[in-house]
Write a protein that binds this ligand. Structure first.
Ligand code: SF4
Ligand code: SF4
Length: 477
């Protein structure tokens, strides 16, 4: 197999990539310098070039770029073509060690091509290659290769950005509060974290092994319910090392993506085999949501559009899991009760709680265009919205400690006697209902209300609305 890999399969992969132009070559103005980058960082490089005045908002640039959408195997002929007749190139490669940069240097050396290969000498060896980080590296490279150096367009732009940074920092007199990343507006995973937080309030803290994916936001404020994360699909497997030492069941959360990636084999089968006292909460939102809603075996549809009957429950039953319960995560009290049952059934081996509400981001991407089309064709569209009654809200913000929805925010109170800002639901709310559930389950306060905004109401609704308003006016409401 190893021989076939190097003699047949890798050359076949290279051939396929070349014939199908998997890697993209942007010649720019044919300068004697250029940038080679991975597909994933290509748009970050373009953003950097844009800020340095070397690209427009549509990604057009004079800087020659080779975008490697295939990083293994590299195609030496393509690299040679790109670097021949170039004096210097910059390799923008996220992660370490610098595998791509080293291979490109080797290709240049073997091909006796006189081109200086830059990479980690101008960019950080480790850490995320976010826009500012890449911009600084690209700016250093460009000021080195452009004939007028610091006085070039890129050099001057970089100096201006650095100046602006200093000015902006001078306005900030105190440290800014941290803004941890969080679930999207209306995410179905948020209420599960709220349920766990409420359970911990009642029973004391317990350890939860988290997984890679959106669920991991539960480890951050305002929930702080996750303790460890080991890798994609590994939450249940890793929880087995913790639970027995803490006199608690092994508790793990996993998304459907993690489940299919390897959670079924490393976690579920292991827990069954060893008869672990385990609780697994599967957040089945229908996709590998964190990476952009890629389809999964349990999405109900194949990448070719055929319907698929593979389900998480069938896979669990297939390996002998008997304790499986579903929850509607938006019913907070229900979700809390089912998870409590799972925690308490300690003599029943692996207990699995499945929350199967669709990723809200995916749902909105589907529903919004449909609603817009209905509106355009004059159909009635009913939009539910949540709100906070400003007069009732005391401004203690306890609702936010169990929510963290980006649409539940703050605003200045119009009441001069209220010293703190009041809670406020902004226009981004998708009326998932979690606000109301939190207020109810945690017995917080009655300030939340739900309303319906009706567009294109039709004749009957308009008449009833007029009658209603007249009656309300008559009774002085
Ligand atoms: S109801 Fe509350 S939690 Fe749900 S989307 Fe609206 S503001 Fe966010
Ligand atoms: S992508 Fe989907 S699952 Fe992930 S946080 Fe957003 S709504 Fe939730």
């Amino acid at each position: 197999h190893e021989k076939a890999k190097f003699e047949d399969r890798l050359p076949a992969a290279r051939r396929f990539a070349q014939e199908n132009s998997i890697n993209e070559f942007f010649p720019g103005d044919g300068s004697r310098y250029g940038i080679i980058t991975q597909g994933g960082t290509y748009s970050v490089v373009l953003r950097a070039l844009r800020r340095l005045g070397m690209a427009d908002a549509f990604g057009n640039t004079e800087v020659p770029i080779l975008c490697l959408n295939l990083v293994y195997p590299l195609i030496p002929e393509e690299i040679e073509t790109f670097i021949t007749h170039k004096d210097q190139i910059l390799v923008v490669e996220e992660g370490n060690p610098n595998f791509i940069e080293s291979q490109i240097a080797e290709i240049a050396q073997r091909g006796k091509i006189e081109c200086v290969i830059h990479g980690k000498d101008l960019l950080p060896m480790a850490g995320e290659y976010v826009s500012n980080v890449v911009r600084e590296g690209v700016a250093s490279f460009l000021t080195e290769v452009l004939p007028d150096g610091q006085q070039s367009v890129a050099g001057l732009a970089e100096a201006a950005i650095e100046n602006e940074k200093v000015v902006a920092q001078s306005y900030i007199v105190e440290p800014m509060p941290p803004r941890p990343p969080s679930f999207c507006t209306g995410c179905p995973e948020r209420p599960i974290m709220a349920a766990l937080k409420l359970l911990m309030k009642e029973r004391g803290k317990f350890h939860i092994s988290m997984d890679i994916g959106c669920n991991l936001f539960g480890s951050l404020p305002p929930f702080n319910v996750g303790n460890t994360v080991m890798g994609y699909g590994l939450s249940l497997a890793s929880s087995g090392a913790v639970g027995p030492n803490l006199d608690q069941p092994n508790v793990a959360i996993m998304g459907d993506g993690g489940f299919w990636h390897n959670g079924l084999t490393t976690g579920v089968i292991n827990a069954r085999w060893n008869e672990y006292d385990s609780v697994l909460i599967i957040l089945d939102n229908g996709y590998a949501a964190a990476t952009g809603q890629h389809l999964l075996p349990s999405s109900g549809i194949t990448p070719k559009g055929l319907s698929s009957l593979v389900t998480i429950e069938n896979a669990l039953r297939g390996v002998g899991v008997k304790w499986i319960k579903y929850v509607d995560s938006y019913s907070l009290q229900d979700a809390k009760n089912v998870i409590a049952d799972a925690l308490d059934a300690r003599d029943q081996g692996l207990r699995v709680v499945i929350s199967n509400n669709e990723c809200m981001l995916a749902r909105q991407r589907r529903e919004r265009p449909a609603k817009a089309e209905a509106l355009n064709t004059g159909k009635t569209v009913i939009q539910e919205i949540f709100g906070v009654d400003e007069e009732v809200c005391t401004g203690d913000h306890s609702c936010m400690r169990l929510n963290g929805c980006p649409s539940l925010t703050l605003k200045e109170s119009s009441d001069p006697f209220k010293e703190t800002p009041v809670a406020h639901v902004n226009d981004g709310c998708v009326a998932c209902g979690h606000c109301g559930e939190v207020a109810h389950a945690a017995q917080l306060c009655p300030s939340f209300y739900k309303a319906e905004a009706i567009r294109n109401p039709g004749v009957l609704r308009t008449i009833f609305s007029k009658i209603n308003r007249s009656l309300l006016t008559a009774v002085g409401a």
